[in-house]
Design a binder for this molecule. Structure first.
Ligand SMILES: NC(=O)c1ccc[n+]([C@@H]2O[C@H](COP(=O)([O-])OP(=O)(O)OC[C@H]3O[C@@H](n4cnc5c(N)ncnc54)[C@H](OP(=O)(O)O)[C@@H]3O)[C@@H](O)[C@H]2O)c1
Length: 289
């Protein structure tokens, strides 16, 4: 069946997750995030990706209410930050309060911080209680995922959210996740803020050929691989552009041309070294009004 803005992937617990969502990392708390969320929902997006550390969950909740789209039609993701790894219940309950909802659709461990196996076991309990419909992880490598099993996880994570775009295709991890029935979700699907990917001449020539923008071309590449994408923008025109991915289809050959760009070039921090990252380099938590 042809893909559309309504397309979903089925998670390993039977829940449907949209293939496209709006990311809100670095969207300012307040009107900037609130109106980006409202605009995206008005354009037909049905998924929003936030996190405790983005400090904009209240604004996300307000944008959702403004949109008048029923809460149950929206897939909301948030993430557990390291401060709450020893108390995931508190982390989730406080996120729910800020978002103004009584469950999230997906709750992720933001990074494999120290204690991630125990924190994951607690996410399983929160899921059993219905506080989150699906659970998963972010920035996990294969060995982190294997570690969960070795430490008694009774469920496979539904989702692993990692940096993924043509310069960092994550082929090995994607193959592993497919075999394990874990959905790979691409963060920084446009290459992230200040990226050069969108001006890459190989992307430019193909986007000219398909008469689409570079952003549309590379988002489409990921969704054709079955990878969920959550591009961030605060600009209505780009929010719309990033959702118009369904009037064209990349041929297998052109999928390969884009895949060949891969250089395993990750911009994010190495998750194996995340516990050594100096505390001063993490974003500071600023409470929203
Ligand atoms: N789990 C994690 O550790 C993690 C880490 C990073 C991100 N994420 C999630 O993934 C989401 C997306 O990743 P990201 O924000 O890092 O990067 P991204 O979505 O790849 O790129 C966002 C950047 O591209 C610009 N942009 C958006 N649409 C564009 C278009 N059509 N043409 C040209 N430029 C465009 C945005 O600027 P404007 O806003 O000015 O349009 C922004 O500077 C985040 O917002 C967050 O929800 C998760």
């Amino acid at each position: 069946m042809a893909l559309s803005i309504k397309s979903v992937v089925e998670l390993n617990n039977g829940l449907n997750m949209p293939l496209l969502g709006l990311g809100v990392f670095r969207s300012q708390a307040g009107e900037e995030t609130r109106s980006a969320v409202r605009t995206a929902l008005e354009y037909g997006y049905r998924m929003i990706d936030t996190a405790r550390i983005y400090c904009n969950e209240k604004s996300v909740g307000r944008g959702i209410k403004d949109s008048l789209v029923p809460r149950e039609d929206i897939f909301i993701t948030t993430k557990l930050w390291k401060d709450d790894f020893e108390n995931p219940r508190r982390g989730l309950e406080q996120s729910l309060e800020r978002l103004g909802v009584d469950y999230v659709d997906l709750y992720l461990l933001h990074w494999p911080f120290k204690g991630y196996c125990q924190a994951y076991l607690e996410l399983e309990q929160l899921q059993r209680e219905g506080l989150c419909k699906a659970i998963g992880v972010s920035n996990f490598k294969i060995h982190h995922l294997e570690d969960l099993k070795a430490h008694g996880a009774s469920t496979i994570p539904q989702v692993n959210q990692v940096e993924c775009h043509p310069l960092n295709a994550e082929n090995e991890l994607l193959n592993y996740c497919r075999k394990q029935n874990i959905i790979l979700e691409a963060y920084s699907p446009l290459g992230g803020e200040g990226n050069t990917l969108l001006s890459d001449p190989r992307i430019a020539s193909l986007s000219d050929y398909y008469k689409v923008s570079p952003a549309q071309l590379i988002l489409r590449w990921n969704i054709q691989r079955g990878v969920v994408v959550i591009p961030k923008s605060i600009r209505p025109q780009r929010i719309l552009e990033n959702s118009q991915l369904y009037s064209f289809e990349l041929t297998m050959d052109d999928m390969d041309v884009i895949s060949d760009i891969n250089a395993n070039l990750r911009r994010a921090y190495d998750s194996d070294k995340i516990d050594q990252r100096p505390a001063s380099t993490f974003p500071k938590i600023i409470e929203e009004e």
